[in-house]
Ligand binder design. Structure first.
Ligand code: FMN
Length: 442
């Protein structure tokens, strides 16, 4: 392979990422609640030698979503543990909230997945946008954007200390002397920060990757800063090629300023794909999906994904101006919504919000496998990406097409692996395995 290798992450979502997916696929509507659905997708992605499968997490759902979309937000680590048993190589990335988890517990759960999967775990670090989460966790308030990111920095730091609380060679297994592990190689975090107190070591030795792979998908200034400081993978990115080049350069510049090697930070933004044997066929599939969308869902979902409670707003009047004057936005997506409302202050919320996409702000690529391969290569060659997080608009169908028709083109062009060369997720991504830091950094 002469060019830098591409990397692909398969985003798992019930019936596909397009909001109308469940209405166009013929599958049993309840199939998305069973392990075979997830296992099928993971096996397809592994057959295509993709780097990872990814599970999002939403810890509070606004009830309007149950009307419009399949609701299958299981605990990601439980699902990934089951997938570890039915796959052998593919990376397993799950989302975990820094605002609504305890760091020692989260460190333990991802390190468990790393052990059980033989070194294939990754953690998508999110601060949780929706304010509805607070009430589910008995919290009086949902912390604001700046506060959530401040906590996230400390949270990730202490998680890494917990992961590093056993040196790699701590197990001795000396039956003769009756010593299972060398206690001098255990290093309790004894962390007392502004937000968290974590005292003791994890209850098992260091996991195969040392640290599971860290992922970040926020696009705001604080989101980029968190990614630059800690993330191995970044799943966000703006929709235009020029802005994406700038975004990746900014992430790399900030990573270098934080003393990291920018080549160890890979950017794989979300890309929804609808593929066809001809461009017309792909366009027809996309048109059918769009035709079935609900305007009611669109405005509500734009608010929800921006971190606002749709039930608190009247869609037939403009977004209250006090929101977009003065107050800080709850997310980068809310900033986009506020900018749209500012540009058209007399337009109804339904109209303004309905024109923005919800979800992860991804591009929807519609075309043939050849065209998608060209798109991927053009974006990589421009320096915008290291690959993509592939969201099949319908699943598993678009992922099957990607694996069977796009991957072979990229392989022929020497842009994608023809076999897994290692066993851990860090191996697939070409990432170093972190060493346990010396005394000075503990
Ligand atoms: C590909 C992708 C996946 C995401 N997955 C989740 C998720 O599972 N749970 C979540 O709460 N937020 C998720 N997000 C949202 C981001 O993590 C982030 O919270 C959001 O963009 C707001 O942060 P920002 O203001 O820094 O952009 C995802 C975003 C992207 C682009």
């Amino acid at each position: 392979m002469t060019a830098r290798p591409l990397h692909f992450n398969a985003f798992i979502w019930p019936n596909g990422y397009h909001e109308s997916a469940w209405r166009v696929v013929d599958d049993d509507v309840r199939g998305v609640l069973g392990l075979p659905y997830y296992a099928d997708i993971a096996r397809i992605a592994e057959r295509g030698l993709m780097d990872t499968v990814f599970l999002a997490d939403n810890i509070a759902i606004a009830e309007y979503r149950a009307t419009h979309l399949p609701q299958t937000q299981f605990d990601p680590i439980s699902v990934l543990s089951a997938l570890a048993a039915v796959t052998s190589h593919i990376g397993l990335i799950g989302t975990g909230s820094t605002t609504y988890s305890k760091p020692w517990e989260l460190a333990r759960r991802f390190a468990t997945l790393d052990h059980l999967s033989g070194g294939r775990a990754g953690w998508n670090i999110v601060t949780t946008v929706t304010p509805l989460a607070a009430a589910n966790f008995g919290e009086p308030i949902h912390p604001d954007h700046a506060d959530r990111y401040a906590r996230a920095h400390e949270f990730v730091d202490v998680v890494r200390r917990a992961w590093d609380s056993w040196e790699d060679d701590a197990i001795i297994g000396d039956r003769e002397r009756g010593v299972w592990a060398d206690r001098s190689k255990l290093h309790a975090p004894r962390f007392h920060g502004q937000y968290y107190d974590v005292e003791g070591v994890l209850p098992f030795p260091r996991s195969p990757q040392g640290n599971p792979v860290l992922v970040q998908a926020g696009q705001s200034g604080p989101g980029i800063a968190l990614a630059a400081r800690y993330a191995d993978l970044v799943f966000s990115g703006p929709p235009s090629l020029e802005a994406a080049v700038e975004f990746r350069a900014e992430v790399h510049a900030q990573a270098a300023a934080a003393g990291r090697d920018p080549a160890q930070v890979l950017v794989l933004p979300a890309l929804m794909v609808t593929l066809g044997g001809t461009e017309a066929e792909a366009q027809e599939k996309a048109r059918r999906l769009e035709e079935l969308t609900s305007p009611e869902f669109r405005w509500q979902n734009t608010l929800y994904t921006a971190g606002l409670d749709p039930d608190a707003f009247d869609p037939d009047v403009p977004l209250p101006a006090e929101l977009w004057t003065g107050q800080s936005a709850p997310s980068s997506r809310a900033e986009l919504l506020y900018a749209a409302a500012r540009a058209r202050p007399d337009a109804s919320l339904r109209d303004v919000a309905g024109r923005l996409t919800g979800g992860a702000g991804q591009i929807h690529f519609v075309g043939t496998p050849e065209q998608l391969a060209e798109h991927v290569i053009a974006w990589q060659d421009a320096g915008a990406v290291d690959g993509f997080t592939i969201m099949g608009s319908t699943l598993p169908y678009e992922l099957m097409t990607f694996v069977d028709h796009v991957v072979p083109i990229l392989q022929c062009k020497g842009r994608f692996r023809t076999e897994y060369s290692g066993t851990t997720l860090r191996d697939h991504l070409g990432l170093q395995r972190p060493v346990v830091p010396g005394e000075a950094r503990r």
